[in-house]
Design a protein around this ligand. Sequence first.
Ligand code: ZN
Length: 258
Amino acid sequence: MINNLRVTFLGTGTSQGIPIIGSTHPVCLSDNPKDKRLRVSVLLSWDDYNYVIDCGPDFRQQMLTHNVRHLDGILYTHEHSDHTAGLDDIRPFFFRQGNIPIYAHKRVVESLKTRFGYIFQEKNKYPGAPTVNINFINNNESFKIGNSKVIPINVLHNELQVFGFRLGDFTYLTDVKSIEHKEIEKIKGSKVVVVNALRLEPHISHFNLEEAIAFIKDVNPDKAYFTHISHLLGFHDEVEKILPKNIHLAYDNLTITI
Ligand SMILES: [Zn+2]
């Protein structure tokens, strides 16, 4: 049971981040800090525990910004690079703490083994390479991190299975395009829900703004935050004005307590 779960948005951007390298789009040129979005991830902290959901290419910078001194594990939503490319940067945690636990679908672990073969190598391993302890997540089986139960939520990212996670009154979902009714039932009753809202136009593998709002109306939490945002959604402050009262755009470095 978690009291006072602190959720820190480490990154709230879509796969290229905002600004996009070389882009002259007005949102990419904005000097509002809320329009600068690293690749999507959250830090979950309670008692003395620190877990991250996903570990993308901005992981190192995110850990430095928030002065994270120890890490109890990484939960993976899926294998795409914007959610996994930072795995090598667990090295400082590994050197101090030993093997770092990861929690992921079997398919995601296989993908990590292909991308980061040296991390999973058992013989003649390079001395500076980190080691992880693998914990497989089965589609419908809850599991424990620290002293908390986690309920995996299955969503679809176009045709790819992706995990969302519910911890007590908090549910985090990213890269959702569709979700079955029985999975929505697992989310209902959450006080705070985070879900992706990519842009205004429809997209093959992500909710756009309209779909994300409709989803939140269905789930009906006290509060919702949108993440995994593209520059094509528009300026943070402008989009925030048109959202229903209980929905906000997340932004990098926002911390909420549940
Ligand atoms: Zn993504």
